[in-house]
Design a protein around this ligand. Structure first.
Ligand SMILES: Nc1ncnc2c1ncn2[C@@H]1O[C@H](COP(=O)(O)OP(=O)(O)OP(=O)(O)O)[C@@H](O)[C@H]1O
Ligand SMILES: Nc1ncnc2c1ncn2[C@@H]1O[C@H](COP(=O)(O)OP(=O)(O)OP(=O)(O)O)[C@@H](O)[C@H]1O
Ligand SMILES: [Mg+2]
Ligand SMILES: [Mg+2]
Lengths: 155, 189, 155, 189
């Protein structure tokens, strides 16, 4: 159990560093055990250094940088230990267009192991999906769902 | 293994029975503020056995049932069902037999019974009534909550697995104290 | 002092109901004192009912509905007690395009009393501004600012 | 009364002296993630006397000074100044004289001194050094933090006024317990 945690931690750490560099188009990040001697009590620190910047407290990162760092960690966990399906609810809300594009590309690399349902307001994310459901509210306060098949780009 | 169908009836804003078909790959869900998108995510959590009211953004079970509007009466119950497809049933069954060992002792356990039949798909269902009662179903048969958890665990969807990730992701991953973050990793291990 | 609080509360309540109906294009909302007998100890409840829906706990509102309700409250406070200038940092992030349009129109009604600096990723908000500063990061990790005068629409 | 100029030097990512000119109406600030937009909002809070490290997203004063990068050395100090324009100085002075009554007793108070001269504009400044020291300025003259607060209060910018509103607005307005929300109203009263 402890060894499994140790191995899993190492594997996630490797993937976290990779996904961070992909999502930030550069930069470095890693995870650190606060107490490597005691794996049942240890905490896990996140050290993130966007490209061209110095590593700093996570609180000093911008709103979008925090969202992207959290996404890198989630993707690393999904890479090492895929869940069969994953619903993402507006995790791209704080990202600018360049970062949304990298988010979408990184997401695609995980689709072999995990089926994704992505709730989004972002056009780029929507256009890159394989299928789209549109949800609207009618005047009775009741939700309606309609399958919106996209033409062209996803042929 | 993937999520094939999701059926909502009377769940929050989904007063009308609404069926979603999901394929492999990426499905986007879009729509205006307040249209019901996050309610779909809540339905997925709920049918998988979520017990925390705050995770479901409600105060009590009743709040999950369509509360009515000016032009539509409230409903008395809600039902959500989710069909999971398992493309490798024989592999699952083999692993299963190996894990439980004795093929006689547990034959009254509905989950083991079900998995031994090598199903390529399973439907999980949950109902709730205004009086607060909850019922759980596997392929239409009434089971206990722990049976739902057991089936999900065997199909790679343990109780706290990252099956539904909200805006809270950022806080969860980054604002947690380092010790709390360890819990996320223990799930993955 | 207590009477000033009472009057201010009433005035903000009136404006809150108005701004909510403007931002949601319908619906009703109001503020309620939890303890009207003791104004030094009282709390203030927010009751919000978007159009076509029944009033419910604030937690049940969607992400965008919560942002819009909080904005209605802020605008009500600014209407009653304007601050000379106000910096808004991405308060429109969770809003869909229709709501961003109403947000922008409601904001304009407050500009006589308050000068606004709006940090945004939203094109609609940006295009409706009277002036725009673009911020970028150079490769030294240093911020640069450039004044981007918009042509056309704001002439 | 409005904010006319904002000047940042060595503040967070603004290593180079950067000046912003703001007109009446609405000014938008746009740019990629991490480019420095919220840092500008932090600078406005800070020069107005903000004392809370968490509101400024830092752990200590040093974190407000440009920490350097691979290609640019860190700096030893930061300075932010803000010019406020008051189009109705005579009205302010009249109200001021009325409020303080005795026109002799407070004549050594730099803020009262300043306001009696009916300035149509005032520049507030703040500096911080790596050793953690802070200095405050009014029109270039060194003053105490409380003088800054007093001037701002007289010009309609009291200490907790809604001059800078972040994403925390939603939590503040809606997640606060009803009693905490009262504090927002007391500010407006
Ligand atoms: N039991 C219920 N009966 C009726 N309406 C409900 C019920 N529970 C929640 N709602 C309504 O559902 C709406 C929220 O829906 P949801 O959170 O799914 O929106 P959304 O599409 O995710 O919007 P956003 O884009 O703003 O996040 C609220 O208006 C709320 O009042
Ligand atoms: N003292 C400092 N020295 C150098 N860089 C700093 C300093 N303090 C903060 N930063 C950097 O500033 C960046 C954050 O900037 P800011 O929060 O203004 O971004 P933003 O433009 O608001 O982005 P977003 O659109 O994602 O909200 C972080 O990358 C952080 O590392
Ligand atoms: Mg939502
Ligand atoms: Mg920001």
């Amino acid at each position: 159990m402890r060894r499994k945690f140790q191995e899993t931690f190492k594997a996630i750490n490797v993937e976290f560093t990779k996904f961070f560099a992909i999502l930030f188009d550069g930069g470095t990040a890693r995870l650190e055990l606060t107490n490597p001697e005691d794996l049942t009590q240890t905490g896990i620190d996140v050290i993130a250094k966007p490209p061209g910047k110095r590593a700093a407290h996570l609180a000093m990162l911008s709103g979008g940088e925090r969202a992207l760092t959290a996404t890198a960690l989630l993707f690393a966990i999904l890479k090492v230990s895929p869940t069969p399906f994953c619903v993402l609810d507006e995790v791209d809300a704080m990202l600018d267009e360049a970062n949304v594009g990298r988010f979408r590309d990184a997401l695609k690399t995980l689709t072999a192991g995990t089926q994704f349902i992505v709730i989004t307001h972002n056009r780029t994310t929507m256009e890159s999906a394989d299928a789209v459901y549109g949800i609207t509210m009618n005047e009775d306060g009741v939700s309606q769902a309609i399958s919106l098949r996209l033409e062209s780009t996803n042929g | 293994m993937h999520l094939k169908h999701l059926d909502l009836h009377g769940f929050k804003t989904f007063a009308n029975r609404t069926n979603f078909v999901f394929d492999l790959g990426v499905t986007a869900i879009v729509g205006p503020n307040g249209s019901g998108k996050s309610n779909i995510a809540d339905a997925v959590r709920w049918v998988m056995g979520e017990q925390s009211y705050s995770e479901l953004r409600v105060k009590k079970t009743e709040d999950l049932i369509f509360t009515g509007s000016a032009t539509r009466p409230r409903m008395g119950m809600t039902e959500v069902s989710m069909m999971l497809e398992n493309p490798n049933p024989w592999t699952e069954a083999a692993a299963d037999a190996e894990r439980t060992g004795d093929t006689e002792k547990t034959k009254l356990d509905p989950v083991t019974e079900l998995l031994r039949s090598n199903p390529s798909e399973v439907t999980i269902g949950r109902r709730a009534y205004r009086d607060g009662g909850n019922e759980y179903f596997l392929n239409g048969a009434r089971v206990r909550l722990r049976d739902i958890f057991e089936l999900l665990a065997r199909w790679g969807l343990a109780r706290n697995t990252y099956a539904v990730v909200g805006q809270g992701l950022i806080d969860q991953a980054l604002s947690l104290r380092p010790e709390e973050r360890r819990a996320l990793f223990e799930e993955a291990a």
